[in-house]
Ligand binder design. Sequence first.
Ligand SMILES: Cc1cc2nc3c(=O)[nH]c(=O)nc-3n(C[C@H](O)[C@H](O)[C@H](O)COP(=O)(O)OP(=O)(O)OC[C@H]3O[C@@H](n4cnc5c(N)ncnc54)[C@H](O)[C@@H]3O)c2cc1C
Length: 476
Amino acid sequence: MDVTVVGSGPNGLAAAVICARAGLSVRVIEGQPTAGGGARSAPDPEFPGVLHDVCSAVHPLGLASPFFAEFDLAARGVQLVAPETSYANPLPDGTAAVAYRSLDRTCEELDDGASWRRLFGPLTEHVDGVLGFFLGDKRSLPPDLPTTVRAGLRVLTQGSPAWSLLRGEDARALFTGVGTHAISTMPSPVNSGAGVMLGTLAHTVGWPVPVGGTQMIPDALIADLRSHGGELVVGEPVTAPPEGVAIYDTAPTALLDIYGDAVPSRYAKALRRYRFGPGVCKVDFVLSGEIGWRDTRVGQSPTVHLGGTRAQMALAEREIAAGRHAEWPMTLVALPHLADPSRIDDQGRRPLWTYAHVPSGSTADLTETITGMFEDAAPGFRDLVVSSHCVPASQMSHHNANYVGGDIIVGGATLFAAMIGPTLRMNPWTTPIPKAYLCSSATPPGTGVHGMAGYYAARTVLRKEFGIGALPKLAP
Ligand SMILES: Cc1cc2nc3c(=O)[nH]c(=O)nc-3n(C[C@H](O)[C@H](O)[C@H](O)COP(=O)(O)OP(=O)(O)OC[C@H]3O[C@@H](n4cnc5c(N)ncnc54)[C@H](O)[C@@H]3O)c2cc1C
């Protein structure tokens, strides 16, 4: 075997597809019984007609990523439906802030739309430049320097005490809620970086949901891998180095277990110092009907940020970073059936996807806390709940070894990780272990279903190990 990819998340599969298309023999070995990593879906155990997304649910990066654009998910039957409303943020007074695909409509409905327009207007006109910066390899010159500067200035401003330059409590909450997709204290460039990138996508490609569940994305990658001679093995956690070149879609620290004493001592030391961030508690509900939000506009939004005001979110993120549970934890919500009615079963039951930020390793079941937060924003919510299933942070690694302590960002929610990588190296997809490479979201450009870390890792492997300089075409 020329290349073994350890782990079948979107980055691992992206790397595998590229290597297979370059003519190499490729095997993907997945530790879990099913493939797809953070992009899997599974039927509800009690109501199998209801499909839950086990991890990721909403995919602006699936539309925006240069890897997926060339791979062409649509041509492979993956339908990403982006509704008119991208995301909403209920506020304690019963109103909500709403981000639409339309920047104009968003600005019209905010208290101070001009301020929101100053933040996003120039970026939405140059979305490719914004993506070139955020999804770039952080080693090459970004393709659009003026846009990179504009985006960078906004990240710095909104990631510092100058974040009050954004006017209006509603707009502040709206922006900060998006930023919390990167779990960090705030203001910080990590939070504002996520806010600027995902916020720009909300007003351009939108925040889509895949018809038939997120699993459609890895399934398309696996089909392409197989059609180019690649193999997939599931249910076999890798515990020893495979033969030949290995690309790890794992947490960097997994290399310590797999290579043991063969890890060069300085690198071993750096890996032992590697820190994971706070965790998440995932709660999947099955509902009998539509949620009666106090602000009815929220009912059109497949993504909802249930964190309250900017101050409430900042407090909650500070608490969990300090190892304490927040009274009002940042909670992310997805209602995929609003874009994909096929998720509703023949009895009208539908999935509600939520996760709340908690301290690393928390064993707490936050079902009741999350239910209480819904009751505040949508009285009567409790009566809709048909069933619920909780995976506490301490158990997240049982279904994906990368989520140590429940950290779904795999230690990547720092500026260092976003720009440099998991350890200090010129090329973050390499390791000093011969023939061992990293491709997971712990390497740039970080978290999300975009496949770009896999793309950069495969590019490195093809060049360094096989002398292949030109990347293969990815179109179907
Ligand atoms: C609850 C949750 C919600 C999310 N929501 C979104 C969202 O809406 N949109 C979005 O874009 N992103 C979202 N994300 C993030 C996204 O899922 C990840 O960033 C993305 O899946 C990372 O891809 P990856 O290939 O790097 O790793 P993963 O997808 O995590 O895949 C890694 C794979 O490696 C396997 N593995 C690990 N160790 C071994 C081993 N030793 N042997 C064999 N196999 C191994 C794991 O089982 C796993 O299958 C979410 C994540 C979570 C957990």
